[in-house]
Design a protein around this ligand. Structure first.
Ligand SMILES: Nc1ncnc2c1ncn2[C@@H]1O[C@H](COP(=O)(O)OP(=O)(O)O)[C@@H](O)[C@H]1O
Ligand code: SF4
Ligand SMILES: [Mg+2]
Length: 376
């Protein structure tokens, strides 16, 4: 007797192509705490973030701010025992708290992740072609020949020319840039609409970095992918990000259109990050030292211990709120309007950051100071 196939929940094989601007990923109130038995680390404290088709959304912040945790949570790749609250939806379907079996229908197939170290993502003892074919056949139905055609087409899409040579090569025979292209090709050949790119160009030379970023931009425009581009490097995000979310200690501290946030930041932390970028002329700033990871500033602004503008009101935690005259932008700071005004007074390009002036405050390089600021 022939059994009829039972339709399963999850994305259909021929899921409709995304329409530009369509919401692909919606993250709301995401809280994640790692618990190793002796210590609990609150990695995310209520993160909201939306990603649309045709958008590169940059996620910035220092090491330890929670960027990778956002991506791993979306992929369902957190260690067992991790506490997760909130919501992560792919095109309206909740991805949290679903079974591993259900999640497999999205992971790699609709939402894919690429990493900084391709050497850890690619198996060193299998040829690139073998790995690409395995992924393509696991995630989509069809014959071996069809999978091979998809893989070849994806390799051409990521501008790898000699596809036969690439497919028969082992990862160590390929450059870092080629391996990163292969990871992107793998996502494309499996039909992924969302790419979570975690520091994808950090290990690459500047010229190769620019090529890979250009490639991603092209794919986003032609295929209406949504790309979450995670990077500690604002210079990288400045090249590609349509929108930017800046994270600090597991919280979003500023978000908005990339050019707006990077040219006229409204949060002292974003100002500090920008001042750390290498400059052709003048001295580079340094952010004041990071407090121990995972420590919470009880009842107050998380950035308080490092902020030159901290005052009494900052002992109460600010919400992420619209910034007056800040365009389509949110910031988590009581003084965001003044910080924005100070940024706007700076010369064009990256903001000119005046030195901290108040004698009562420690002089912190890379911190913004406000003219006429009166503290309560
Ligand atoms: N598996 C884990 N177990 C315990 N703590 C973790 C684990 N993964 C990440 N963390 C902690 O969560 C916080 C956020 O880490 P992560 O998301 O990797 O930050 P980022 O990617 O911004 O550098 C850090 O304090 C980090 O030490
Ligand atoms: S001014 Fe206050 S609220 Fe704003 S970042 Fe500094 S400490 Fe936080
Ligand atoms: Mg990381």
């Amino acid at each position: 007797m022939r059994l009829s196939r039972i339709p399963r929940p999850g994305p259909s094989q021929d899921e409709a192509d995304p329409v530009p601007g369509e919401e692909l990923l919606s993250i709301e109130g995401l809280k994640v705490a790692f618990d190793d038995g002796s210590r609990r680390t609150q990695a995310l404290r209520g993160v909201d973030l939306n990603l649309h088709a045709g958008e590169i959304h940059g996620v910035a912040g220092e090491s330890g701010s929670g960027k990778t945790t956002v991506a791993l949570t979306t992929m369902g790749l957190l260690p067992r025992g991790t506490h997760v609250e909130g919501s992560v939806r792919y095109r309206g379907t909740e991805l949290l708290n679903i079974s591993e079996r259900q999640l497999r229908r999205f992971r790699g197939r609709r939402v894919a992740m690429i990493f900084q170290e391709t050497s850890t993502a690619l198996n060193p003892v299998m040829t690139a072609g073998h790995q690409l074919m395995m992924a393509a056949r696991t995630h989509l139905p069809g014959t071996r020949a069809e999978a091979r055609d998809r893989v070849r087409a994806a390799l051409r899409d990521v501008r790898l020319r000699d596809t036969e040579r690439v497919m028969s090569s082992y990862p160590h025979e390929l450059s870092g840039g080629m391996c990163q292209r292969i990871m992107i090709a793998m996502a494309l050949s499996c039909g992924s609409r969302v790419l979570l790119a975690d520091e994808p160009t950090t290990a690459l030379d500047v010229s190769v970095q620019a090529e890979v970023l250009d490639l991603v931009k092209g794919l986003v425009a032609s295929r209406h992918l949504g790309v979450l581009m995670i990077s500690h490097d604002l210079a990288v995000l400045a090249q590609v990000a349509d929108n930017i979310t800046v994270m600090y200690q597991g919280e979003v501290v500023e978000s908005g259109p990339g050019d707006v946030v990077l040219r006229q930041p409204a949060h002292p932390y974003t100002v500090g990050l920008l001042s750390c970028l290498p400059r052709l002329h003048g001295r580079r700033g340094d952010l004041p030292e990071l407090p121990p990871v995972g420590e919470v500033t009880e009842g107050g602004c998380q950035y308080q211990p490092r902020c030159a503008l901290a005052s009494l009101e900052c002992r109460q935690a600010p919400n992420l709120a619209s910034v007056a005259d800040g365009g389509d932008r949110l910031a988590r700071c009581w003084k965001s309007t003044s910080v924005l005004a100070a940024s706007k007074r700076g010369s064009g390009g990256l903001p000119r950051v005046p030195p901290a002036t108040r004698a009562t405050e420690p002089s912190l390089n890379g911190a913004v100071s406000l003219e006429n600021e009166s503290n309560p």
